[in-house]
Design a protein around this ligand. Structure first.
Ligand code: GTP
Ligand code: MG
Length: 377
């Protein structure tokens, strides 16, 4: 306990020092808030539910700062923990250092409350955490096998490929499977579908659910759809995503597609660096959300050459290194006649294999012969 108090003190001092240079009022408040919290922690049991935590439980954050944060749309400890210091400093009109200190303090509170992993854990603890990770079926056994059991929580899975390769079909099917109980290969949760291309079709969800013998109404009710019109709108939605994840009890977030808006709006404007920087900050937020909320994020991406351009490699994903580094897993999809090939391109531990699947009224599905040979067994 003494050790913990020491580490708290260092964090509290960081917050207060960062503030005292720019706002004596906030610094005094931070000092006062710190005293209460340290005493509180001594006498109160440590809360273990995220709903039990208030933003003012964070050492150094009192009513004035809490109000500033609320005005900036940061309502919970989780919102703060996944914020980026650059953006936060602008929003609450503070230095980058104090914004960073608030974020670190919020993450520390989550750690102390056992809601976030310790900064360093031994490998056996890390393995334990991996075991708590959930997987959701894609609807095709072959594709699940490629993914070693389906899409994972705490990870960003990217499907990329040319037009018609099945990216949006995978997304539609995942929303349906995610709504199913864990024992049936789902997440037993809602999902969020961020549609940047206007290709989300509720009728298709209805059809996939019915073909799979599921109740279409409850499946449709489990999916929250957001149609996004421009890159700033997308950035705004992602900024508030933590709130939506809670509201819709979503364990799956789909962004179909992640780059098309930025790609179209920043085309030929000589602002590639600006575009990459904005994509980068959005993607980092997505990664933090996936880890902290224990959700699965699925993004789709185009290939470098698109029907309206002559240049670029049709086997390479668009977005360059920024996207490559953000995705935990990248799967390349290719059309071959009626069938689709999926190839694991980038993964920390999956073998670099490929597999075939198809798209039917059931959404993503296994090829006929595989299905019948399995059924025959
Ligand atoms: P872009 O978004 O254009 O880059 O392509 P995408 O990769 O998202 O393609 P999408 O997932 O939309 O795949 C479209 C293909 O899926 C179509 O060409 C059809 O082959 C197939 N498909 C879509 N809907 C159905 C359906 O209801 N039944 C069947 N059998 N196939 C469908
Ligand atoms: Mg699509």
């Amino acid at each position: 306990m003494g050790e913990k108090k020491n580490s708290e003190r260092i964090k509290d001092e960081d917050v207060i020092n960062a503030l005292s240079n720019e706002s004596p009022e906030l610094a005094t408040e931070a000092a006062a808030a710190t005293t209460t919290t340290a005493e509180d922690l001594e006498s109160k049991p440590i809360p273990t539910l995220i709903d039990d935590l208030d933003i003012q439980d964070i050492p150094g954050i009192g009513p004035t700062t809490a109000k500033k944060l609320r005005d900036a749309g940061i309502l919970t400890v989780m919102d703060l923990a996944v914020a980026s210091s650059e953006e936060l400093s602008v929003e609450i009109n503070s230095s980058k250092e104090s914004a960073a200190a608030f974020i670190i303090a919020s993450q520390q509170l989550l750690r102390d409350s056992n809601l976030l992993d310790k900064e360093f854990v031994t490998a056996d603890v890390a393995l334990e955490k991996r075991k708590s990770m959930l997987r959701c079926t894609t609807g095709s056994k072959a594709l699940d096998k490629l993914l070693l059991g389906g899409i994972e929580t705490q990870a960003v899975t990217e499907f990329y490929g040319e037009f018609g390769s099945g990216k949006s079909q995978i997304c539609h099917t995942l929303c349906v499977t995610a709504s199913q109980p864990v024992e049936n290969g789902g997440f037993g949760s809602g999902s969020i579908y961020i549609d940047t291309e206007g290709t989300f079709r509720p009728e298709r969800i209805d059809q996939i659910a019915i073909s799979r013998g599921l109740d279409p109404t409850s499946v449709l009710k489990s999916i929250a759809v957001c149609k996004v019109y421009n890159s700033s709108h997308l950035e705004l939605i992602i900024k508030d995503l933590g709130k939506y994840i809670n509201d819709f009890k979503a364990r799956l977030v789909i962004i179909d597609s992640i780059i098309s808006l930025h790609r179209a709006e920043f085309a030929g404007r000589g602002t590639l660096a600006d575009r990459q920087q904005r994509l980068n900050s959005m993607l980092h937020k997505i990664i933090r959300l996936a880890e902290i909320y224990n959700i699965s994020v699925v993004i789709t991406n185009q290939v470098q050459s698109s029907p309206d351009t002559f240049f670029g490699d049709p086997t390479k994903a668009a977005g360059g290194n920024v996207l490559g580094h953000a995705s935990t897993y990248r799967i390349y999809l290719r059309k071959s006649g009626e069938n689709r090939t999926a190839k694991m391109i980038d993964s920390p531990y999956h073998p670099y294999s490929d597999t075939k699947f198809t798209v039917t009224e059931r959404g993503v599905d296994d090829l006929e012969e595989e299905t019948s040979s399995k059924r025959g067994k």
